[in-house]
Design a protein around this ligand. Structure first.
Ligand code: 4AD
Ligand code: MG
Length: 429
């Protein structure tokens, strides 16, 4: 269908004949005029209908909001309207009439509660700023993908229905799989490592990860988008450098592509400086302790503790050298002291965005690590087998895409960064 986008109108010559397709956002009738604000994916424009040109003005003035319309007319760049341009309409086709009242207003000054918004997400997303969030998400991912391709990674797809737990056994969703019990995958971890043994030694995957976490928080989803990489012949240092550069390139692509979206969201963002600071788990404990928060060795850093660390090293920083007790079986212990590991989290202030590590590549050590974690190596035979016939040293990470978007856009709830969030109580729509 021939069509002009509202976002392009300003750059066309005055008087051009244009065709606009979109939603009738607002309809205002005066005695001899009707104004219709039409919204499409790129913006909005006011169309002016003069009574002398239209026999069906009364029908037009009762058109329901959010109906889908096609308007043809002359572009007027001399317009006195706020936008500075409008369309002097010569014809209108009502393509699909919207029912009314709307379950959710698109331009209401006060936002509906979150439940109502999510129940009517297709309408909620018609609000231009919501669209901006997902355009930015797309550009961010595009920038990351482009960078990883440049670094000779290939994008892969691994199974989401699996037979074994990745991150230690908890938080699994069981699936009925014919005669067998299976699970939804928590992370592509085991498969991306197996691919390192396959000789494809730089892989990345963007896909859903499932976690049956019982608690409903503003930072947790039960299905999120995991951006994962795994690289062979490499250690945690090179994986960290790949991560900070990937994040930087993602943000730079947003800056290049989405200036009007950032403006709509009222945000000023800068490209982060790399390398990000590296702070050890032990240093974090000390910083917390000097602020009166004691973290016993081997315990996770609390949000309270991380707030103090975040204040000192904002915004992006790595926490490195985590204790073995806090990291999954596949994490490489430190050669000099196996109470610690070659692992890291990427943080933004107090929030975790990514976890990663160098992995164990020796099958005997791997078997030992399974047993230390109370897991049965025989349940992971398909995985350990890949380590017995030539497995290179390797490292990687898993980044929560919605978490990254949340911190970048200062969203208060991770659900804002998800089109159709899955949480403890929501599986519809
Ligand atoms: O820290 P996690 O559990 O690490 C892994 O999955 C490892 N296999 C990664 C690796 O390569 N070593 O998850 C990775 C990231 C977290 O840092 C977080 O950003 C995000 O995934 N994430 C969640 N995001 C939203 N909701 C949840 N329930 C999440 N759980 C993890
Ligand atoms: Mg983690």
């Amino acid at each position: 269908m021939e069509r002009n986008f509202t976002g392009d109108l300003r750059n066309l010559p005055d008087g051009t004949n244009v065709i606009i397709m979109g939603w009738a956002q607002e309809i205002r009738s005066l005695k001899n005029l009707v104004f219709v604000v039409i919204r499409d994916s790129t913006g909005q424009v006011q169309a002016t209908f003069k009574r002398e040109n239209f026999s069906n003005m009364d029908q037009l003035s009762t058109l329901s909001r959010e109906s889908v319309i096609r308007v043809e007319g002359k572009l007027n760049l001399q317009s006195k309207s706020k936008a500075g341009f409008e369309v002097e309409a010569s014809s209108i086709n009502v393509i699909n009439v919207s029912e009314s009242p709307l379950p959710l207003g698109i331009i209401d000054p006060v936002e509906a509660d979150f439940e109502t918004r999510l129940n009517n997400r297709f309408l909620d997303l018609r609000k231009p700023v919501k669209g901006s969030i997902f355009r930015i998400k797309s550009s961010m991912l595009w920038g990351i993908r482009e960078y990883l391709h440049q670094q000779n990674f290939i994008e892969v797809q691994t199974p989401k229905i699996v037979a074994a737990a990745t991150e230690g056994g908890a938080d699994l969703f069981p699936v009925e799989y014919f005669e067998k019990e299976a699970y939804l995958n928590q992370s592509p971890q085991l498969y991306k490592e197996i691919l390192i043994a396959s000789g494809i030694d730089r892989v990345f995957e963007v896909g859903p990860a499932f976690r049956a976490e019982e608690h409903n928080t503003v930072r947790h989803l039960n299905e999120f988008t995991s951006v994962d990489i795994e690289m062979g012949f490499s250690d945690h240092h090179s994986a960290m450098s790949m991560l900070e550069n990937a994040v930087k390139k993602g943000i730079e692509n947003v800056l290049k592509t989405n200036s009007s979206d950032l403006q709509a969201l009222g945000l000023k963002i800068e490209s982060p400086k790399v390398p990000f600071p590296r702070i050890s788990y032990e240093e974090c404990r000390k910083i917390a302790s000097s602020n009166g928060v004691e973290i016993p060795f081997g315990e996770d850093l609390s949000v309270e503790a991380l707030k103090f660390v975040g204040e000192k090293f904002h915004d992006f920083y790595f926490i490195v050298d985590w204790p073995s007790s806090l990291r999954p079986f596949y994490t490489m212990p430190k050669e000099e002291d196996d109470r610690y590991t070659n692992s890291y989290d990427l943080q933004y202030r107090e929030k975790e965005i990514t976890s990663g590590a160098q992995r164990v590549h020796n099958p005997d050590l791997l078997t030992k690590r399974f047993m230390e974690k109370g897991l049965k190596p025989e349940n992971f035979e398909f995985y350990i087998k890949a380590f017995r016939y030539g497995m290179p040293p390797h490292a990687g990470w898993g980044l929560g895409l919605e978490r990254l978007l949340m911190i970048l856009l200062d969203l208060q709830n991770i659900r804002e960064a998800t089109l159709f969030p899955r949480d403890r109580t929501r599986i519809v729509p």
